[in-house]
Every structure is written in C-alpha cells, then in structure tokens.
Design a protein around this ligand. Sequence first.
Ligand code: NAD
Ligand code: UDP
Length: 348
Amino acid sequence: MNSSILITGGAGYIGSHTTLALLQAGHEVVVLDNLSNSSRESLTRVAQLAGRAPQFVEGDICDAKLLQSVFARQPIQAVLHFAGLKAVGESALKPLAYYRNNVSGTLQLCQAMGDAGIYHLVFSSSATVYGEPSLVPIGENCPVGIPTNPYGRSKLMAEELLQDLARSDNRWRIAVLRYFNPVGAHPSGLIGEDPRGIPNNLLPYISQVAVGKLKELAVFGDDYSTPDGTGVRDYIHVVDLANGHLRALEALERRPGLGVWNLGAGRGYSVFEMIRAFEKASGLSVPYIIAPRRAGDVAECWADAAKAEKELGWNVKHQLSDMMNDAWRWQSLNPDGYRSANDLDNIV
Ligand code: NAD
Ligand code: UDP
C-alpha cells in the first residue's frame, strides 16, 4: 500500500485546493474534517477535477480515538494540518472553542502522530502572529507581536507548542507556514471560498456585493497612513498557497527540525485598489461607503517572501488580475457557494 498524506480540514477553502494539488501531483490523500465550516460537495468537486477522490473521514481532530484509528488503518507519511476555527470576531465571543480546536486540537494531533511514529507536519499559521508590524515587508525574523484577539493568540500558542515539540525530539520535522491574505479560487470555478453567513474578509464581501447579495461594502477607514488612506494587505492566490504546501512537504524530506516560512506575494494592495481590480474583472461596479476603522486592524502588512523562495523553491505565479478573475468566476457560477450544487450540471 502506498503511504498517504493526511489533510486535516481538507474540505475547507485552502484545504480543498491543497487536496486537489496533492492528488494532481500523484499523492494518496486522506481528508479528516468535521465539516463544521465546509461541506462534502467541495471534495466531490475536487474528485471531479482530479479524476480520483481522496479518502474522506468525517470527524474531529480533538477525538484521540479517531486519530489513532486513522493512523492505524493505513500508512501516513505526513500531515498537513489546516483544521481549525478562523473567524477573528467570533473568537472573542467563543474563546474556549478557539483554544479547544486550534490549540488542544493541534496538541491531540501531535500526540497521536508521535504515538503512531509520524513526525512530518505542515502547520497553517497566519501573519496575524506578527501583530502590529514595526516594519514592512515582514520577514520571518521579525519578532512575533501580541495578537489582539483569541484567534491570533491560539495560532501563536500552537506555534509555540510546535517549537517546544521540535526542540524536545529531533525526529520531528515541522513546517510552520504563515499565510498572508489568501484569496481567489481554482480557475475552473468549481472550488472556492464558501463563507457561512456574512463574510468577514474583503474579497468575499466585495464578491457578494457584486452578485447582489449584499448592498454595499463598508471600507474600514480611509485615514490610515497609506498611499490612499485605506488598509494595505498582501493578497495571495489560493492556488499558489496550495502549491506552497507541496514545496514545504518536499522540504521536510531534506531538512530536520522546525522551519517558519511566510507565504505571501511580497507586495501589498489597498482596499481601493482591490475594489478597482474587482470592478475591472467583473465589469460591475461595487458600491461602497467609508466606515470607521475596524478594531484591531493594522494599516499595512505584506510579506518578505524571499525565504520561501530560497529554501522551498516556491514563489507566486498568479497576479492580482488572476485573483480577481478567479474569485469572480467562482462567485458568479456559485452564488450560494456549494449550496448551489444542484446547478452543477450547468457549470461543467
Ligand atoms: P476553512 O474554515 O475553510 O477550513 C477549515 C476546515 O477545518 C473546515 O473544513 C472545517 O470544517 C474544518 N475543521 C474545523 N475545526 C475542525 C476540527 N476540530 N476537526 C476537524 N475539522 C475541523 O478555513 P481556511 O480558510 O481553509 O483555513 C485553513 C487554515 O488556515 C486554518 O487553520 C486557518 O486558521 C488558517 N489560515 C487561514 C487564513 C485565511 O484567510 N483563510 C489566513 C491565515 C491562516
Ligand atoms: N476590509 C474592509 N471592509 C470589509 C472587510 C475588510 O474595508 O468588509 C479591509 C480591512 O480593514 C483590511 C483589508 O480590507 O484593511 C483586508 O481585510 P480582511 O479581513 O480580508 O483581512 P485581514 O484584515 O485579516 O488581513
């Protein structure tokens, strides 16, 4: 039996694109997901694109017995760990759920991996761990900040847990990937980001305004000390991000210990630039109002992505126009996300 890669959270936004990239690269893939923020339909579509399906286990990373049985059932060579909760605002209302899923879940997973003799792990972290950057672009050697919310703190705690684990036992090989702002969708329009309820993030919000589901965008502040006054972020196409995980897995074969890599495009765009680029891609106008700054937002944040290029042999291939075209294709073909599944026959 060929050994497989386990992808926790593989039915979610980034996990589904990475599952597809791994299948296309010839890997055997097992997805473990409790579907708390996703649906099986994403994996049906991944299978359609890849021409074969990943194995799917519905369950929770906090379930030690389940993890033990997954690892006992088949040889697993490495784990890509995406599963977790990610909504900043919700994390302030439900901190225990965030610490349970993101910190205890990571601990449970590592315990089960170690017990099964599996030591290769790629972890989904976030640029949020840098807090308010004193300097941009942000390199991996910038000190981590003090995240302003439980979500950010849970990612930092998980990173620290992994640092201690790697220090304690040199069999562990861990890649901590700090994502900047993932956007866009697979160019087929079959898989993409499917937020539940009103989106928190900029591009899904813009897309839903354009498709008529939301009235207008609130631009959170136009008085930052940035070129046009609006917040600047490093947007990265989700397909590039997915490929970064393949490069990280390969790096684990070569290098011991724990490494930290930024995955970003290495340049920033403002909210106004994002609106204009989206309007160009969709041919639609995006009504907006200027609203007060959102609590906890930083003015600007973009990556120095040189370390990932040098050490992982990874860089981004997609431009802003690709991000916008692909986000719009996904949104317009799937106005209700995966709930539009009945319309699938009309898409392909
Ligand atoms: P997502 O919500 O689309 O995917 C996460 C998946 O994990 C979902 O399918 C969900 O059902 C599953 N899940 C959650 N808790 C689980 C649990 N306890 N057991 C099993 N499955 C569970 O989110 P995403 O955008 O794909 O993010 C993936 C990872 O990347 C997360 O860890 C997130 O914190 C991190 N990240 C995301 C962003 C972003 O902007 N999307 C930025 C930085 C970091
Ligand atoms: N933003 C906005 N309106 C929204 C959502 C986001 O103006 O409805 C801005 C936000 O202030 C930030 C940028 O868009 O400057 C990206 O926000 P997002 O939540 O997507 O990412 P994050 O802030 O987590 O980097």
